[in-house]
Design a protein around this ligand. Sequence first.
Ligand code: CP
Ligand code: NVA
Length: 306
Amino acid sequence: MKHLLSIHDLAREEIDEILTLAKDLKERQRRREPHPLLAGKTLAMIFEKPSTRTRVPFETGMVQLGGYPLVLTPGDTQLGRGETIHDTAQVLSRYVDGIMARTFAHDTVLDLARFGTVPVINGLTDLLHPCQVLADLFTIQERFPRLDEVTVAYVGDGNNVTNSLLYGVAKVGATIRVATPEGHAPDAEVTVTAKADAQASGATIELLRDPGIAVEGAHVVYTDTWTSMGQEDEAEARRRLFQPYQVNAELVAKARPEAIVMHCLPAHRGDELTDDVMDGPQSVVFDQAENRLHVQKAVMALLMQG
Ligand code: CP
Ligand code: NVA
């Protein structure tokens, strides 16, 4: 594993390695046991979009690993004045041991990896959100140890999180049923690639319209915002369109009684997820948020050690 750009690039064994190390790091962190796996290493973080759950775990996680995190927003660097990704990647590679980037265009993250010489971690693009879904697989595994026996129902907008969920589920041999309105299915190319991965692993991917059918008997009910970063102009129209896709108590009741409810956050309470469900006993949304820390630390350690 040289970079983390997409879960599609990972072998099943690499996913297991990340999840196993994350579990170990979670236990060590809970015991306040030092684990300076990246002593003296530096991570540069490029943010074109805001973040809480990506930035804070990478920043604090790097410190917990004995390294040094460096946050770069566009106004801080010459990227904001038009210096190319090519040149930025080359220059940063002379200073730091790894680069994490959250960008609009997916190509920006790919180009950082292509032109730089240090590991690059995708911290969310318009297309994919691999760190989120690795943490989600970890969170699901905490409740349902056999990932290949799990059925995930994703309800709402087919976005970057959905695309990465397709890749994640396809790699671990699970089942995913995605219910979206017409025109909002996950990315077509990602779907084709994930279906090919699914054939190899025995996973099942179904794209549907009806949220009730998607959720029927599922172990996991997953939703995300109806308006992703960069789509703010469409927020009102989306709110009307996605209303039938709200995850509420009535919908969750169709899943298994032991089902968990997931959301990558930030949530728009009362839109895609009702308060009673988000704060209810089946919700694991804050475990998901916590697990970003342990999983991102594992990813950094595996990419940047040595
Ligand atoms: N889920 C997630 O990536 O959250 P942030 O936008 O706060 O990083
Ligand atoms: N789909 C959301 C995820 C936020 C973490 C977005 O891209 O805004």
